[in-house]
Design a protein around this ligand. Structure first.
Ligand code: 13P
Length: 251
């Protein structure tokens, strides 16, 4: 049984005061962890406020990125070792904004996945095609390649425990959601890829989110799909009310 996982990705929004206010507004109204797992991924500068305010609540905390080394001369990077020491549970890696604007490669993302597991946290690995790739009929092949590269060298147990987020680039921040059928189609390909690389049990356990203009109005239809286990939500995760509506999609 895969527990649904609704995660907000705040991107480069919110400050520590806004973070504290947000968590105080949602913390007592979140679903039980066994029913729907809720996560907020915040900028590194907001993580202390997020952790402090989320303490004792159902809310899990994610970083939006980290480096693949624990420490050293890497100016401006965030240590996965320190994220773990702080109490962070998840780290998003491979978001299309990081791939596009900061030139992250499949190899970097794979190294980060290993570093996150080494530091006892769980990666949320993003994948997804551009409009150009989709229109060329190559979306499945593209996403399959991203998944194979990201998972290289991970054990079946590790893969069973992680989260994959399918985020078609053309649907991010555009208000243009993939239809539930389009999202399901690629999420099914991702699960089949995991089954090919590992086994059916691992594929049955890995949780797959859809991301790209998820809103309270469309979350239910997306979550009803067999291979969609959650949402990775940008814009609609910034307001407490809308995040709570997403978290309670099932009520
Ligand atoms: P939006 O929900 O704002 O489209 O962002 C999606 C996303 O990139 C989440 O990681």
């Amino acid at each position: 049984m895969r527990t649904p996982i609704i995660a907000g990705n705040w991107k480069m929004n919110m400050n520590p005061t806004q973070t504290a206010e947000f968590v105080q507004a949602v913390k007592d109204q979140l679903p039980e962890l066994s029913v729907v797992e809720t996560v907020i991924a915040a900028p590194a500068v907001d993580l202390p406020a997020l952790l402090e305010n989320a303490q004792g609540s159902q809310l899990h905390v994610a970083a939006e990125n980290c480096y693949f080394e624990d420490e050293g001369a890497f100016t401006g990077e965030t240590s996965p070792k320190v994220l773990h020491e702080m109490g962070v549970d998840y780290v998003i890696i491979g978001h299309s904004e990081r791939r596009d604007y900061f030139h992250e490669t499949d190899e970097d993302i794979n190294k980060k996945a290993h570093a996150i597991f080494k530091n006892e946290m769980t990666p949320i690995i993003c994948c997804g095609e551009s409009l150009e790739i989709r229109e060329a009929g190559k979306a499945e092949e593209w996403v399959k390649g991203q998944i194979e590269a990201a998972l290289k060298g991970l054990s079946a147990d590790q893969v069973a425990s992680l989260v994959i987020a399918y985020e078609p680039i053309w649907a991010i921040g555009t208000g243009k959601t993939a239809t539930a059928d389009q999202a399901e189609e690629i999420c099914a390909v991702i699960r089949a890829t995991v089954a090919d690389l590992y086994d059916e049990e691992t594929a049955a356990n890995v949780r797959i989110q859809y991301g790209g203009s998820v809103k309270p109005a469309n979350v239910k239809e997306l979550m009803a799909k067999e291979n969609i286990d959650g949402g990775l939500v940008g814009g609609a995760s910034l307001q407490p009310e809308s995040f709570l509506q997403l978290a309670h999609f099932n009520d």
